[in-house]
Design a protein around this ligand. Structure first.
Ligand code: ADP
Length: 482
């Protein structure tokens, strides 16, 4: 891997080639297609990026509101205008289908447009004092230099929903994208670099988690870390942040239940399950991996879902007729195949898919897998699989469904398909997750409302919407004698 990187890191407003080692970006739909070689940062690059962000902080924190507003708006507008082109790049490097990828780029743009507006809405509070003749103000200030560490499954949206609020509230940024998707990250950094943002306010360092991520976690001048990724790495990030008294925000895994009740519309339920479990090849922390179905509708629901899976064509992410692309890499494919084998050992019945597929181009293709006859204490219903695999559990009634839905160490999203207002309302109140959906897939799509979970799924303040302010700002209380 000594080829020089065509795509550098972005530090202090300039592009840097980095070390000799590069990240090779390959298309998971076609392993013969090399997208490019991307610079691999080292400790010295991270130090330079943090120093640049620190130097840029006072001016960016105090920049005129309309300057920050205009920068964010320009980034959002360009992302939306180039959604087709950048969606192609995203689909090519990550493997989700073109419509999914294009939609994701547009959504990334909407995060920037939304937070452009929030720049102007960062209001404080005015409180009466308990002492006469004194006025109390509560202001919101940026926390400082933030390190943003992101995963590969949403290469545009997750960076956007961290970078946009970080910059909107006056912080400066060092962004570390996932190793597998440097292409979209680079394109995003290139757009941000041309947005009129001052030098150093935004920096991007690509490379390995163990080097670049660690360097951010250990840096004294980084005030906060926002991380999305695996539970194991998240736990480590939280520990390191505690040692350095850094503010921390974690979005981790999920083991999300989709409950289907007897009174559900079976088509609505099967569509919710199809999209919830298999879109993005199931590589989402919001995926519906557990389908909890009451006995009266069980067989009809499974039949309807299998009928939809038969039309769910697996193929090259850029092919117009593909409904599902490949898995992102060999490691994820092996992980999914391992869970498919484990499910069978555990006594689950494989009623659809689950085998590796060959296509015209070499890629990590897998037929979406559906299991029935599972129960909640099987490992396939306890561990996050992060692939196109769903497991149906048959239950007696709503009460048992709710109990099973909540019996998990995760708590990101949950869903119910029902026509009963009573059960829908009860579920929204009692599901032990941060997001609950009714007659919809178990996702959290809107960018103007909070996103996050309970239990092992999230840690720290919420992301997205106005709630992101709780992470990206710190209050200052000011007293004035009048
Ligand atoms: P996955 O197993 O899906 O790759 P990770 O949680 O390991 O998920 O990765 C999510 C992000 O965290 C990636 O950008 C990765 O490079 C980064 N990362 C991995 N290990 C560390 C670490 N020790 N410190 C900081 N970041 C890390």
């Amino acid at each position: 891997m000594s080829e020089s990187a065509a795509y550098g890191n972005f530090i202090a407003g300039a592009w840097h080639a980095g070390a000799r080692e590069t990240l090779e970006n390959r298309n998971p739909s076609d392993l013969d297609d090399v997208i490019g070689h991307y610079a691999c940062a080292e400790q010295a690059d991270v130090d330079a990026a943090v120093a640049a962000a620190r130097a840029a902080l006072p001016a960016w924190a105090d920049a005129e509101l309309e300057t920050r507003h205009a920068v964010l708006n320009r980034i959002g507008t360009e992302l939306m205008a180039r959604k087709d082109e950048l969606g192609r790049l995203l689909a090519r490097e990550e493997g989700k289908t073109l419509p999914e990828a294009t939609g994701e780029v547009a959504r990334a743009g909407q995060f920037f447009s939304f937070y452009a507006g929030e720049v102007l809405r960062n209001f404080g509070e005015l409180a009466p004092s308990v002492r006469p003749g004194i006025e109390v103000e509560v202001r919101r200030e940026p926390i400082g230099v933030v390190g943003l560490i992101t995963p590969w499954n949403f290469p545009a949206a997750i960076p956007a929903w961290k970078i946009a609020p970080a910059l909107a509230y006056g912080n400066t940024v060092v962004f570390k994208p996932a190793e597998l998707v440097p292409g979209t990250a680079w394109a995003l950094a290139e757009i941000i670099g041309r947005s009129g943002i001052p030098e150093g306010a935004f920096n991007m360092v690509m490379g390995h988690g163990a080097v670049v991520g660690e360097a951010l976690l250990g840096h004294d001048d980084v005030a906060g870390i926002s991380f999305t990724g695996s539970v194991e790495t998240g736990r480590h990030v939280a520990r390191r942040c505690a040692e350095g008294f850094k503010k921390v925000q974690l979005e981790l895994g999920g083991k999300n239940p989709l409950v289907v009740l007897d009174d559900a519309d079976v088509e609505t339920a099967a569509d919710a399950a199809l999209n919830g479990a298999y879109s993005g090849s199931g590589q989402k922390c919001t995926a519906s991996e557990r389908l909890i179905v009451t006995q009266g509708i069980h067989d009809r629901f499974v039949e309807a879902l299998i009928a939809k899976l038969q039309d769910y064509k697996v193929g090259h992410a850029l092919a117009a007729d593909s409904k599902m692309g490949p898995l992102v890499d060999e490691r994820q494919l092996d992980k999914s195949l391992g869970y498919i084998a484990l499910a069978q050992q555990e006594g689950a019945e494989l009623v659809f898919g689950g085998q590796r597929l060959n296509r015209e181009t070499r890629g990590h293709y897998l037929a979406p897998a559906l299991f029935t006859g599972t129960h909640n204490d099987m490992r396939i219903n306890r561990e996050e699989m992060f692939g196109p695999i769903a497991a149906v559990q048959r239950v007696r009634d709503y009460d048992e469904a709710l109990e099973k839905a909540n019996d998990t160490s995760f708590g990101l999203t949950s869903g119910i398909c029902t026509t009963s207002l009573k059960h829908a309302t009860h579920f929204k109140q009692h599901s032990a997750a941060g997001i609950a959906t009714v007659n919809l897939p178990t996702g959290g799509m809107d960018y103007h409302v909070p996103f996050g979970g309970k239990k092992m799924s999230s840690y720290g303040p919420r992301e997205q919407g106005q709630h992101a302010r709780d992470f990206y700002t710190v209050t200052k209380t000011a007293y004035t004698k009048v």
